[in-house]
Design a protein around this ligand. Structure first.
Ligand SMILES: [Zn+2]
Length: 173
């Protein structure tokens, strides 16, 4: 998988962060704040079947890096809005099915089973609708760098230039 590595201080301060988005390399239409996190593989499933274990894993391994302003282009914003709408629909449907299960006393078990499946799908959609996921950015286990997956070449070029510039700066201490 193609990735670009960005130092955490770039993300936290905004210095060296391009004004184009990661995903499409297009000019930012908005720059919302975003909290990037460490990726937990299979996190959504774990959250449903063993929420306590998931919490422990997150507390033990998660590193966070907060960006005050992250570039999202118009297409990124549309994608985020679409994923949020899918999330709201699935979570609403899961809630509706639970109500139906309580109302219909016969065969409520299978309705609840479907509701749980829809809930898992909704939580998965929720995890993919965050700004951090739209940017495909994850903090590494040290918390010192972030990895952005499948970046646009334009974004990669600008990050590489900023890294080179940072490397050529004289030490301030
Ligand atoms: Zn974009």
């Amino acid at each position: 998988m193609r990735v670009v590595i960005v130092p955490a201080p770039f993300v936290a301060t905004g210095w060296g962060i391009p004004t184009v988005c990661v995903r499409h390399g297009e000019p930012a239409a908005a720059q919302p704040p975003v909290t990037f996190r460490t990726l937990v593989p299979g996190g959504t499933v774990l959250m449903v079947i063993a929420p306590l274990i998931m919490m422990i894993v997150v507390l033990a391994t998660e590193k966070r890096v907060v960006s005050p302003a992250w570039p999202l282009c118009a297409r990124c914003l549309r994608l985020r809005a679409l994923r949020r709408a899918v999330t709201a629909t699935l979570l609403g449907l899961a809630g509706g099915l639970v109500v139906v299960a309580f109302a219909a006393l016969e065969s409520w078990g299978s309705t609840v089973a479907v509701a749980v499946l829809v809930l898992v799908a909704g939580l998965w959609a929720l995890s993919r609708s965050t700004t951090g996921r739209i940017a495909n950015g994850y903090v590494d286990s040290s918390g010192q760098t972030l990895e952005f997956r499948r970046p646009h070449a334009g974004f990669v070029t600008l990050v590489a230039a900023a890294k080179q510039h940072a490397g050529s700066l004289p030490a301030t201490r």
